[in-house]
Design a protein around this ligand. Structure first.
Ligand SMILES: CCCC/C=C\CC(=O)SCCNC(=O)CCNC(=O)[C@H](O)C(C)(C)COP(=O)(O)OP(=O)(O)OC[C@H]1O[C@@H](n2cnc3c(N)ncnc32)[C@H](O)[C@@H]1OP(=O)(O)O
Length: 309
């Protein structure tokens, strides 16, 4: 254990602990406070900012930021959305006044519908590659965040939406059996990559993951609680307030000890993607641009529309 901790923890020039090594450290130097090219582009506004697809409110008294996804109709993760998400997250990560992040949705009944299917349909290989890089970036930043991250899941959260919630430290979901959550990729005829799979394994274990992924299961909120996909169910109007209250328990733990522990749990999966980003992008592009996969995506979109009609 001591060896793992020594490997994980790195002292920055300021003498503070920055638990994540490698590129993630550069992005997430919460205590080291390194600056990256991206952070230099971001303004230093501290209290509240409102962007088109994501609203960020940082309470400087509590150190808690609430990030509200507000991209109608379904908070799908488009390239624009993901870019804005990465910038917002990085800005909070660099802010000494922010220790915790609550992720929630402004849309009724929907947390996030996952990756924007239209970003994967009929697009050039170059554009697909750019999109996938942004998906990787979202996951690397959120899963590797030094902040305490809590998902306040106030609606359905399939596929990429579920990944986003899984990348947080704790999940609180609205107690509504009509809301579904899970990695349902196979139902679309597509395959979740290893880092989606590993994130689920790290949360619910191997056997449950195998069933969930092969069958593309979407779990109702009570089922999700039962398998440990979410940690707590509360009435819908209490999801965000419970998340901010829960922060107190996490803030009571010294940051460096919590961060090193988090790193110990997550670093192997993060490192695996960091060492294979290019091939992961190439795999995605060659898979998603196949005629048969494009056909599956088109049929899935049509089925969504038919269901509505
Ligand atoms: C190798 C690849 C690995 C890829 C890894 C991850 C993949 C993904 O994340 S793929 C995305 C998977 N997502 C889903 O399967 C969710 C699909 N959507 C739904 O189940 C429902 O829309 C939802 C429960 C979220 C909301 O239901 P409703 O409130 O009833 O809304 P509608 O179904 O009427 O949807 C409104 C509008 O949004 C469009 N929509 C829905 N989801 C997506 C999406 N993921 N991407 C793009 N667009 C989406 C839907 O078609 C409707 O459009 P209009 O008919 O034009 O209004």
């Amino acid at each position: 254990m001591a060896a793992v901790l020594r490997q994980s923890a790195k002292y920055s020039l300021s003498g503070r602990l920055t638990p994540f090594a490698g590129p993630v450290t550069a992005l997430h130097s919460r205590n080291g406070r390194g600056r990256t090219a991206l952070s230099c582009l971001v303004s230093n506004q501290r209290n509240s900012s409102s962007a088109s697809k994501i609203k960020v409110d940082l309470d400087s008294n509590t150190g808690i930021a609430v990030m509200t996804l507000q991209s109608p109709p379904v908070n799908s993760l488009s390239l624009d959305f993901l870019t804005e998400f990465a910038i917002s997250l990085e800005k909070l990560e660099m802010d000494r006044g922010c220790r915790g992040l609550v992720l929630t949705s402004a849309l009724p009944k929907i947390f996030s519908a996952g990756l924007d299917i239209m970003e994967m349909y009929g697009k050039s290989p170059e554009r697909c590659g750019e999109f996938w890089k942004a998906v990787q970036e979202m996951w690397l930043k959120l899963y590797g965040s030094n902040m305490v991250t809590i998902a306040a899941i106030n609606g359905s959260s399939p596929a990429g939406g579920c990944l986003m919630a899984l990348s947080c430290d704790y999940r609180i979901m609205a107690d509504n059996p009509r809301y579904g959550i899970g990695l349902n990729e196979t139902q679309l005829g597509i395959v979740a990559p290893f880092w989606f799979k590993d994130t689920l394994v790290n949360t619910v274990g191997s056997r449950t993951t195998e069933l969930a992924l092969q069958l593309g299961l979407l779990y109702s909120a009570p089922e999700a609680l039962k398998i440990g996909l979410v940690d707590q169910l509360v009435p819908e109007d209490k999801v965000v307030s419970t998340a901010t209250e829960t922060m107190a328990k996490w803030f009571a733990i010294p940051d460096h000890a919590r961060q090193i522990t988090k790193s110990m749990m997550r670093k192997p999966t993060i490192d695996k993607l960091l060492s294979s980003r290019e091939s992961d992008i190439n795999n995605f592009v060659s898979f998603i641009t196949k005629d048969s996969i494009q056909k599956s995506l088109r049929m899935y979109m049509e089925s969504l529309k038919k269901r509505k009609a």
